[in-house]
Design a protein around this ligand. Sequence first.
Ligand code: GDP
Length: 295
Amino acid sequence: MFDALSERLESAWKKLRGQDRISHANIQEALKEVRRALLEADVNLQVIKDFIAQVETKAQGAEVIAGVRPDQQFIKIVYDELAVVMGETNAPLAHSATAPTIVLMAGLQGTGKTTAAAKLALHLRKENRSAMLVATDVYRPAAIDQLVTLGKQIEVPVFELGSDADPVEIARQGVERAKAEGIDTVIIDTAGRLQIDRDMMAELARIKQTVQPHEVLLVVDAMTGQEAANLTRTFHEQIGITGAILTKMDGDTRGGAALSVRQISGQPIKFIGTGEKVDALQPFYPDRLAQRILG
Ligand code: GDP
């Protein structure tokens, strides 16, 4: 379905054969191919522009290495830069010195937020840390049931006060309960809407203000593509995120949303969701995704 960047670049370079160094013309031609690859990976346009400018600076300043083909050298610059932009190493979940660590989940409805909350709880359990889930999505009664069911499945307690209670109060009491029970990490699932709206953001801001979380994780559907940029900007400006979980990476996407999320918020992708099952969560590795985005 996609051409790998190395193949694209090979043909770009063929046109310029006979040159043994990275010239300005080579770079411009090659950058066009990088741009095309990123567009196919559904990276946001402005994000692509910024990234291309960074690569251009690096490539122009690069010394030609003896014995290394300039096109290979260029490809390495692109991959390395992409991995750098996405965070280089895997960023672990914050862990507070005094329990409980408080994690607030944020994101639009349908992105996989509730599933991701349960996945995270299971991930913590596997690390021998206790977890508690808190259900504050009172607008969709099914959301509370969904979390309770998931909690049972992974043997993690779920704190809920039904759908008549105030979400901010549920979050506050949930954290208190976790504290009283000596729980290591409390994960607060919040309401999502199909579109970002003012009430939703205001409520999320109030929950954040009240519980003072150590992590605010934005859950982003990898299939969202270009829209991931706007989504990240809005949540980061209005709430302030500390990281993201990219879901549905098992789907037919190159995962360009990751680049947008990172470039716009400056915050790391911490995990990726790779399926509907509750154990389908993996740490995020920037170098692996660089490979996937560029092919
Ligand atoms: P929420 O509205 O954001 O809380 O979303 P849910 O957690 O209810 O998930 C919405 C749908 O996406 C459900 O059908 C999930 O099974 C599915 N889902 C969640 N995460 C993933 C994932 O990583 N991969 C796939 N393929 N489906 C997922």
